[in-house]
Ligand binder design. Structure first.
Ligand code: GTP
Ligand code: MG
Length: 214
């Protein structure tokens, strides 16, 4: 008889990307989420930064989120294909005070979908973050437009966030992880065995919260 242990605890490791134009607040969102810190100083990321967030999802589930905070300037480089590899979820961030960063969202999403897919061939779940909502928004920010934009562009949804005031950062992450977990279960169901890439088997970066350029 297969020995089903009483306390079957499931552990997952998910690689999640944080992408978007320069200075939209990607690093600030990650810092807020993982370390509960915020700084007004802007220090542009070079290459990619890593951070690890451990979530006690429920009494039987532990989720480790490996966050890949990719420098905005990387959209113009050749490394995104390498950085995106085996990611199972993404945040695409823009800055509500600068409409040019919203215009870039489609470019980031396109770059993402063209370079990474789930094992079943579907696009990886992506959530749009309208960051710096503590600031005065510029004209292009409009809730009903964002709803229809998300449908068109293939985002699961969008959140107004503020890394500064800690608005919606946890909520957005929870929303994304829920979808990642659903996908993981769906794929396990579709392919009970075989040579699929397991969502929870992603290579670890060198260390937690370390910066580095691959
Ligand atoms: P790159 O690494 O160059 O791609 O930029 P980034 O997207 O990581 O931006 P970063 O987090 O470094 O933030 C850029 C600037 O925006 C910094 O001065 C932050 O303090 C500021 N900032 C980030 N998030 C918020 C926010 O929610 N509200 C306000 N008011 N400022 C923010
Ligand atoms: Mg950064």
């Amino acid at each position: 008889m297969a020995g089903g242990s009483v306390s079957e605890c499931k552990e997952y490791l998910f690689k999640v990307l944080v992408i978007g134009d320069k200075a939209v607040g990607k690093t600030s969102i990650v810092k807020r989420y993982v370390h509960q810190l915020f700084s007004e100083n802007y220090k542009s990321t070079i290459g990619v930064d890593f951070a690890l967030k451990v979530l006690n999802w429920d009494s039987k589930t532990l989720v480790r989120l490996q966050l890949w905070d990719i420098a905005g300037q990387e959209r113009f480089g050749n490394m995104t294909r390498v950085y995106y590899k085996e990611a199972v979820g993404a945040f695409v961030v823009y800055d509500v005070t600068r409409s040019s960063t919203f215009e870039a969202v489609s470019k980031w999403k396109h770059d993402l979908d063209s370079k990474v897919k789930l094992a079943n061939g579907n696009p990886i779940p992506a959530v749009l973050l309208a960051n710096k909502c503590d600031q005065k928004k510029d004209g292009s920010h409009n809730a009903s437009h964002l709803d229809s934009y998300c449908k068109e562009a293939g985002f699961l949804g969008w959140f107004e966030t503020s890394a500064k005031d800690n608005i919606n950062v946890d909520e957005a992450a929870r929303f994304l992880v829920e979808h990642i977990l659903q996908n993981d279960k769906g794929i396990q169901h579709e392919e009970s065995n075989g040579d699929r890439i397991k969502l929870d088997e992603v290579p670890m970066p060198p260390a937690e919260s370390k910066s580095g350029c691959c």
